[in-house]
Write a protein that binds this ligand. Structure first.
Ligand code: SAM
Ligand code: SF4
Length: 329
């Protein structure tokens, strides 16, 4: 079998995001606002053994890098052992983690022992009241403490992810630039995607990457850092204050032509594109440990990966069934 998984547009697929749970201990307003929320039932969630089997088949087909995500991945019991086992899967060169950071205080050492180094942490405000408000009650000081514990434990590089929303945190872009210097993290800014079920979503709240860069330029000189090979979708900049930032523009300047990703949801669906609703159920071949059947299902789904997504900034995609917490971002 070919060890080079590619779609019909010739894009080589190297990267799999695995969502281990759709549950979360936060209620970020733009992702999982407080109130009624329908979670996946336990019976349809893949076990870690199922996920390991699936990942080993993806690796056999050419996937080299896996990012563990959620919901909040660290709320699922046994996830650090799972990550450890993932790092041992033949063909997997790197396992990384995306987390809200709240449980790093408890798990940082285990994560390092599991062989993980690269971690992305969501951080949407540096102002305690705002942070509490957006996360549904978490304490900013505690999060910052967790972040420093993670750093001390050896997690490196640490990148923060900030979804920039007008009227909420867009006035903190300079603060994040300074935070990058103080903390040594790469502060990344993400365009607010018009999906999810936040009642606060409004088109005028979207801040496009070009505007973020303009705001940065009002205070700092910046220089674009040349991308490493397969470095992901962010454009990275070195700032005159010594900080480093990244800007991710899924809406205004999508990176579909370079997309090298697939996503596996906690209930065993393969999602070829974050911003295209189509999903393909892999649960049956995964649970039956049917390697051939799984390869066939993955290859079939990959053939249907679209050339690009069709989400635009001026329209909310009402059709979205899954929120980001269910897909894994
Ligand atoms: N709970 C973890 C966390 O918050 O990092 C991992 C899952 S979360 C769904 C992954 C990423 O998706 C986070 O950085 C979050 O800010 C981002 N996200 C969620 N909803 C979004 C939206 N509507 N637009 C842009 N980014 C979003
Ligand atoms: Fe949870 Fe992450 Fe969504 Fe916030 S963004 S509610 S931390 S899954």
């Amino acid at each position: 079998m070919s060890k080079s998984l590619a779609d019909k547009f010739g894009r080589r697929i190297r990267y799999l995001r695995v969502s281990v749970t759709d549950r979360c201990n936060f209620h970020c307003k733009y992702c999982m606002p407080e109130g009624e929320f329908e979670h996946l039932s336990h019976s349809c969630i893949l076990s870690f053994e199922d996920m390991l089997f699936a990942c080993s088949v993806f690796a056999e087909m050419g996937v080299e890098k896996i990012r563990v995500t959620g919901g909040e991945p660290l709320v699922r019991k046994g996830v650090t052992d799972f990550m450890h086992m993932l790092t041992d899967v033949k063909g997997i060169e790197e396992v990384t983690l995306t987390t809200n950071g709240s449980l790093l205080e408890k798990f940082a050492d285990e994560i390092v022992a599991a062989g993980i180094r690269r971690v992305n942490i969501s951080l949407d405000s540096l102002r305690p009241e705002r942070y509490r408000d957006i996360t549904g009650g978490f304490d900013l000081d505690r999060l910052l403490k967790s972040l420093y514990i993670a750093k001390k434990a050896g997690l490196d590089p640490i990148k923060t992810n900030t979804v920039v929303i007008r009227g909420f945190n867009a006035d903190e872009i300079h603060d994040f630039c300074d935070f990058s210097v103080r903390s040594g993290v790469v502060a990344r800014f993400i365009e607010f995607m018009p999906i999810g079920n936040s009642p606060d979503w409004k088109q005028e709240n979207i801040v496009l990457g070009s505007e973020m860069l303009k705001i940065i330029g009002e205070k700092y000189d910046y220089e674009e850092i040349k991308k490493e090979h397969h470095a992901g979708p962010a454009k990275n900049y070195r700032l005159s204050n010594g900080g480093r930032v990244g800007i991710i523009t899924p809406i205004s300047n999508h990176f579909c032509s370079e997309c090298d990703k697939l996503r596996l949801t906690a209930d065993g669906k393969l999602r070829p594109c974050l911003l295209t609703e189509e999903e393909y159920d892999l649960k049956e071949p995964i649970r039956k440990r049917d390697r051939e059947g799984l390869i066939e299902a993955i290859s079939g789904a990959l053939c249907k990966k679209e050339k690009e997504h069709h989400v635009v900034a001026d329209k909310r995609n009402e059709r979205y069934k899954r929120t980001m917490s269910g897909i894994g971002g």
